[in-house]
Design a protein around this ligand. Sequence first.
Ligand SMILES: *Cc1c(COP(=O)(O)O)cnc(C)c1O
Length: 296
Amino acid sequence: MQFDFPIFSPVEQINPELFEQKGLKLFIKRDDLIHPLISGNKWRKLKYTLLKAQSLGKNHLVTFGGAYSNHLLATAAAASKFGLKAIGFVRGEAVDNDTLFLCRLHGMRLIFTDREQYRHKELLFEQHFGNDNDAFFVNEGGASIEGAQGCAELVQELPMVYDHLFCACGTGTTAAGILNGLSQHHLSTRLHAVPVLKNGEFIGEEIQKFSNGNQNFNLHADYHFGGYAKTTPELISFVKEFTTATGILIEPVYTGKMLYAIFDLASQDYFAAGTNILAIHTGGIFGLLGMKEKFR
Ligand SMILES: *Cc1c(COP(=O)(O)O)cnc(C)c1O
């Protein structure tokens, strides 16, 4: 089967009052519209990963994630779309939730793994699938050179040149890919990476791992709101107000923190008047389903 990865991701301008006051233009690239489940950067990250599996004749994806992992769900949905088998090692004791329900619905087999074992992913792969010639290791979060290669293609879709480009970071693969794309196209756009976990300064090194040395980026490590998947009432209000004001659904784990950072920096006059800012909507809105209580 020929794997085909169509992309539908328009850029929209949004006009919050703050940006008009400051003389800034804010745009958002709708990678969330690429696919309802293989959303955003996960689609881009899986493209060359799956093409590599295919070229090696491997039809059995083995991957890893937490119980709310967007990557697990994306891998499950992509596997069924392209006729592959998928196994997900899930961190922690057996639970059920909407994400895992959708993984199973797409035929992914889940193996719950205690936190200590989960840390040794290569070992887990060897133990369970060492003898399976069809098995293909896909790293947690899709973190890989192939993942970055897919994310670099975002740059060639941009309809104009932006001064600033923002994305949320988990592993840093998406940010690295975008940096590579920007330098391939000789663009001076500055990338702003917003880590969603605590002590996110280390992401700078992760980005370097998969990027070709473009240093034109800033890390904004103070917008983690307490850590991965942690929130505050302020962040929750922001997500609600943004969605109400724009009709663009975001969530508090990734895109909410990234957009909060843009609004906060704009209010502090971080951006020179007259500049253009592009936010990448990396998708992941299913994460909202695990956070309904926080919105009560
Ligand atoms: C996985 C994910 C990210 C993180 O991407 P990395 O390449 O791991 O940095 C960002 N946003 C959303 C919505 C995600 O699901």
